[in-house]
Design a protein around this ligand. Structure first.
Ligand code: ATP
Length: 352
């Protein structure tokens, strides 16, 4: 569907050159929700601008549905870009136009007739559940409603792909959830491919099928969200998933955990922070009581949750386990033999 082929972007500045993205290759499949996550400066914005061809990469190709977008002349490119809808962090609505007028704009620019515009805008208003607000101006609606307008406008030209650039970053958690649910609904009902750029792992977890992680301009890991959550390979990905846990721990608990782990580091304690990830049937096994019985470990459960990722039950548990290095290693090996992914997270939360 979208092939990103060996794309690099170098910027020349007065103080030398910056490789904002380096040799990124990725295949995005038709009908999936694909998330690209990275920390600030990782190269996400540059990649988005390259994907929607606002920026021609220094080298490499973007191929959309078999068409090499990077080789198109400006006129052809303008038409081809209609296949890509885009939503933004700050919505980018025209304040002088109503909700209706904002959604109608891309259709007017494409020269669509008035009656057809009206039919299409009403259909989109229904889809994003904004029928009652069509005459309001952007200043008279909430952030979540503005993003719904943004989504409807992005869909006006029936794009093949919807690109979302930090579209929920300016919204509160509850509104974020409702916007992500709307995106998922659109993905299912219209079989629309969605590429979502974010710095929030929660966003990926909620709606993406597959994901890629960027760091310092490079693609460091990609795969199904479930696989990456179960067994992240790269330290940066591990830290990002660890971050989900540290954010979920109350501050006081986190401080106590840090203090206990520091003692372990200095050879004065036996506490280890473990993250266990279960899927499918292992969620139901009495695993922890088994571990305590077999290996004589002591543990505190710090945080636990069961989520659904790609419609599979996915449980994760953060535990502070106390035992000798041998006991901890044996327990880890045993849990792994029972299909549980075990990671030691000491390094993640010890950093202040
Ligand atoms: N036009 C430009 N000229 C020079 N350097 C640039 C330009 N655009 C981006 N960069 C550099 O490229 C790198 C990647 O930037 P980019 O904005 O793509 O990262 P990002 O992941 O989107 O970060 P953020 O989440 O903070 O927006 C950074 O080091 C940035 O300073």
């Amino acid at each position: 569907m979208i092939e990103i082929k060996a794309v690099s972007q170098r910027f020349e500045g007065p103080s030398g050159s910056v490789d904002a993205i380096r040799d990124v290759s990725l295949s995005i499949r038709k009908g999936e929700v694909f998330g690209i996550i990275g920390r600030s400066g990782a190269g996400k914005s540059t990649l988005v601008r390259t994907l929607n061809l606002l920026n021609r990469p220094t080298s490499g190709h973007i191929v959309l549905d078999g068409q090499d977008m990077t080789s198109l002349k400006p006129e052809a490119l303008r038409n081809a870009r209609r296949q890509i809808g885009m939503i933004f962090q700050h919505f980018n609505l025209l304040s002088s136009r109503t909700v209706y007028g904002n959604i109608a704009l891309p259709l007017e620019l494409a020269g669509v007739g008035k009656a057809e515009i009206d039919r299409k805008v009403r259909e989109l208003l229904n889809l994003v559940d904004l029928g009652a607000l069509s005459d309001r101006y952007p200043a008279q609606i909430s952030g979540g409603q503005k993003q719904r307008v943004g989504i409807a406008r992005a869909l006006a030209n029936d794009p093949k792909v919807l690109l979302s650039d930090e579209a929920t970053s300016a919204l509160d958690p509850e509104t974020t959830k409702s916007i992500l649910e709307l995106l998922k609904k659109i993905n299912r009902e219209l079989s629309l491919t969605i590429v979502l750029i974010t710095h929030q792992m929660e966003v990926i977890k909620l709606i993406c099928d597959r994901m890629a992680v960027m760091e310092a301009g490079e693609l460091i890991e990609h795969g199904s969200v479930l696989d990456i959550f179960r067994a992240p390979q790269h330290p940066v990905t591990r830290a990002m998933i660890g971050d989900v846990i540290s954010q979920d721990l109350p501050k006081g608990v986190l401080q106590r955990v840090r203090a206990r782990l520091a003692q372990t580091r200095h050879g004065e304690g036996q506490d280890h922070l473990l993250r266990l990830a279960f899927t499918g049937t292992s969620v139901e096994d009495p695993l922890l009581s088994d571990v305590v019985r077999r290996f004589g470990l002591d543990f505190n459960i710090l945080h636990g949750q069961i989520d659904e990722i790609q419609e599979q039950a996915f449980g994760s548990l953060a535990i502070l386990a106390r035992g000798t290095d041998d006991q901890i290693e044996q327990a880890k090996a045993f849990m792994r033999s029972r299909g549980v992914t075990v990671e030691e997270l000491n390094h993640v939360v010890t950093a202040d």
